[in-house]
Design a protein around this ligand. Structure first.
Ligand SMILES: *Cc1c(COP(=O)(O)O)cnc(C)c1O
Length: 478
């Protein structure tokens, strides 16, 4: 038996490289990363290839080790080339993400030390770091310090946590579902619809609240709907507002919605995945009033704080409600109960074991201070306004309203021919060009092009380039 163990150990120990081997791995990986960063300003935002990364299948997972240089070549060719380049400042589609370098260092440390950030007993320091970060976020949106928070993988899971907490706090059980009412607009992010479905609330009465001309929830219409439902014997329990919709970046009137929620005992969940962090800057705070009225709110550091993908957050004012919706005990976890000075992230989320996400956020915030984040966010707002003003000066554009935050909508109206078809071809031409990336949407059934500014590498020159490319492609297509 011992002989077998020794044989296995000899192979298993390859999982632990010695110092010299580590150096031999780190150097090429750092080299790849540095080369990427040195070139990123000149890399396209979108690359169309015929193979679409299929070459990654040519080297299947198996027993044969492959050297780091070959592997980096594969990543470079099949992964980091085709498709959208979210690290590019030219990413102006959807809601752009981030990828600041400092976070990569935090991830490296978190991965090497592998602290167990799910449970206070296991890593009290890691858990306190995460709580400090969610408390800081609470201060940004005007939530009390006593609010509970959780760092999630992104906005979708954060919305799920919010919806599940609302369901349990308002004690909606199976028999109540057909007469329980949820209010939202048709511009709410689809991850909220998904959360409602996953939470077993699909068969609630779902009311789509009318919006004003700028796609903000119409609070008067909400009041009428809720009053009508109460009079009809239904049970309104949840209203969802957006602090920045994905389509147009609209901010719902959260104060007015909060008043209605208070009057009727509704849980107010605010989706601030895209917009909430804009409250860090004065310009953003002007439009984001009333976030403090929410019972739960989500915000995505991998959008508004320029972090790499994998960072969302949810805050809930009523700590007990969040715990009650997620807390669980298990015999094999009994030792963890010995140390409960602070809530454990695992008690506030569907996740038990999780990536130690705090470090990738704490490190950049501490290294840089909050200033550059605040400036970056205000810069993005002005860039969106600047882009819109330039479009207004250019003949032929049908331009959407001034942006609440940093999304501008528009389409080009050619002198003749089908407008939607022209704009579809325009988007395709921009994708084929690849220097910048814009996306489209159907807004009030109209094919519309969107420009969303949130990538931290997007600056004035990027917006000028986008304008230049638009004019160039329109001339080519006309
Ligand atoms: C991006 C986004 C989400 C979903 O968040 P993920 O991090 O992509 O899961 C939810 N709501 C809004 C408004 C968003 O912009």
């Amino acid at each position: 038996m011992i002989e077998r163990i020794r044989q296995l150990e000899a192979v298993a120990r390859r999982l632990e490289p010695a110092a010299a081997e580590r150096d031999a791995l780190i150097a090429p990986v750092l080299g790849y990363a540095n080369d990427f960063l040195n070139r990123v300003d000149n890399l396209p935002a979108y690359v169309t290839t015929d193979d679409k990364g299929i070459g990654i299948y040519d080297s299947p997972i198996g027993d044969a080790p492959v050297g780091i240089h070959d592997l980096l070549a594969m990543v470079g060719e099949h992964v980091d080339r085709p498709g959208l380049n979210p690290a590019s400042g030219g990413h102006l589609g959807y809601i752009p993400g981030g990828g600041i370098f400092h976070s990569a260092l935090g991830d490296y440390l978190a991965d090497v030390t592998n602290r167990y950030a799910g449970v206070f007993f296991a890593s009290p320091g890691a858990v306190r770091m995460e709580h400090m970060l969610t408390r800081w976020m609470a201060s940004i949106v005007g939530f009390p310090e006593t609010s509970a928070g959780n760092l999630t993988s992104g906005g979708s899971i954060a919305n799920l946590i919010g919806v599940v907490t609302a369901r349990d706090a308002r004690q909606v059980t199976a028999r109540d579902i057909p007469r329980s009412v949820i209010y939202l607009t048709s511009h709410v992010h689809h991850s909220v619809d998904k959360a409602i479905r996953i939470a077993g609330l699909r068969e609630c009465v779902i009311r789509h609240v009318p919006m004003d001309a700028r796609h903000r929830l119409d609070a008067n219409a909400l009041e009428r709907l809720v009053s009508g439902d109460v009079a009809a014997g239904l049970r309104p329990f949840l209203v969802i507002a957006s602090a920045g919709t994905t389509d147009v970046g609209a901010v719902d009137p959260m104060r007015a919605i909060g008043d209605i929620a208070d009057r009727h005992g509704l849980w107010l969940h605010v989706d601030g995945a895209y917009g909430a962090f804009f409250a860090l800057c004065d310009e953003g705070r002007k439009v984001l009033g009333g976030m403090d009225r929410a019972d739960s709110i989500i915000m995505d550091p991998h959008k508004g704080l320029f972090l790499p993908y994998g960072s969302g957050a949810v805050l809930v004012k009523d700590t007990r409600a969040m715990q009650d919706a997620h807390f669980y005990v298990a015999n094999y976890m009994q030792d963890t109960q010995a140390s409960r000075d602070e809530a454990s992230p695992a008690d506030l989320s569907p996740e038990l074991t999780k990536h130690f996400r705090g470090l990738r956020l704490w490190l950049p915030l501490k290294l840089l201070g909050v200033g550059p984040f605040r400036a970056g966010l205000e810069e993005k707002m002005w860039l969106a306004r600047y882009f819109r003003e330039r479009l207004l000066e250019t003949p032929g554009f049908d331009v959407g309203p001034p942006p609440d935050l940093s999304v501008v909508t528009f389409r080009y109206v050619p002198p003749k021919g089908d407008v939607a078809e022209f704009n579809q071809r325009l988007v395709q031409a921009i994708h084929a060009d690849g220097r910048v990336f814009l996306s489209s949407s159907m807004i009030d059934d109209v094919f519309t092009i969107r420009l969303a500014v949130l990538a931290f590498r997007t600056h004035l020159d990027t917006i000028d380039l986008a304008l230049e490319i638009l004019k160039e492609k329109i001339a080519e297509l006309s």
